[in-house]
Design a protein. Sequence first.
Length: 394
Amino acid sequence: MNKYLARANQLVPELVENRRHFHRHPEVRNELFETVKYVKAQLEDMGYQVQEICQCGLVVLAGGKKPGKCILIRGDMDALPMPEDTGLEFSSENPGAMHACGHDLHMAMLLGAAKLLKEHEDEIEGTVKICFQPNEETFGGAKAMIEAGVLENPHVDAAFAIHVGSMADVGTLDYGKGLTMGSADGFSIHVKGKGCHGAAPNSGISPINIGVHIYLALQELLAREVNPAEQCTLTVGSMLFGDGATNVIPSEGVLNGTMRGFNAELINHLRQRVEEISVGTARVFGGDAEVEWLFSSPAMYCDPEFTDEVVRYAADVVGQDRMIPKKSRATGSEDFAYFGEKVPSQIFWLGAGVDDKTKRISNHNPKVLFSEDALPYGAAVYTQCAIEWLKEHK
Ligand SMILES: [Zn+2]
Ligand SMILES: [Zn+2]
């Protein structure tokens, strides 16, 4: 058995305890104050000097005693703003927040890796930069860490992350090469009309009518203006108009949505079209609209050469038969893509499905379950990939 996996197996009680602590106390966005306090204390206990480089973003360095390159390993820490409905005895005690994307497991695995790396510090030929990132779900965290200089001092030569998946068997590693996950652009279209009594619609301008026409025109945008060979999607996730009255035409409302794709030039063009369609449609009916762009995250690029290397290292941990090349690109997004734009990167999807397949349900569902049996694999894969890559790139 791989020596890091053997050691990680001994650490299981600690990995599980940490994971359950995080699960019980989820925090969202970059307001992870209690989470960060806990992670920091654990890292300091291991002998690390912890640096907070942006709000709720932590970095520690392992190795650095022998000359060599620097590899960054990243785990994200934020939960989702949604209530939990798993029935687990360690369910969220923070109403309206839940670790439904498995970032609680990511933190436990990365803390496990931090411990393994400390125990094997003499073998590290270069430096491992261990990075605990806030705010992945709203695509702000990776960008904030990079802007705060996480890729320098020492300069990072490659970056590596793991995400758990609730649908795949424990210990499988799913990976892609090239563009593997879509870009994400979030928008709010603020529609302005003129409020009035529902009995006299002619005395006002209904923003609902405008909103519905904008909605339909946006669906036509993909159908009529995008080359069918392109992979791209536009979803309006909410339309908020009025306050429940039957006899009031409200004065304004909003459509919230997201666009995903793999072609940056096309996405830029579509952003412009979303604005033209929204404003133009609103004016046709005598109202107005304004498009607010909420976030923009690039498509995830996995460097093919770096991928071949980390796949080889990881296979030693989980077994070659559990390394699964992706069959297709996913339109889901990851803000680790910001790292992928700067340095050779890879993000593995580690299977963490529960044994009973009928209970498996996807990430972001209030009932999602993750198997804690995945934790030692994650800790060992992080460690193995970091140490082996540095050994081969002196
Ligand atoms: Zn997520
Ligand atoms: Zn996630």
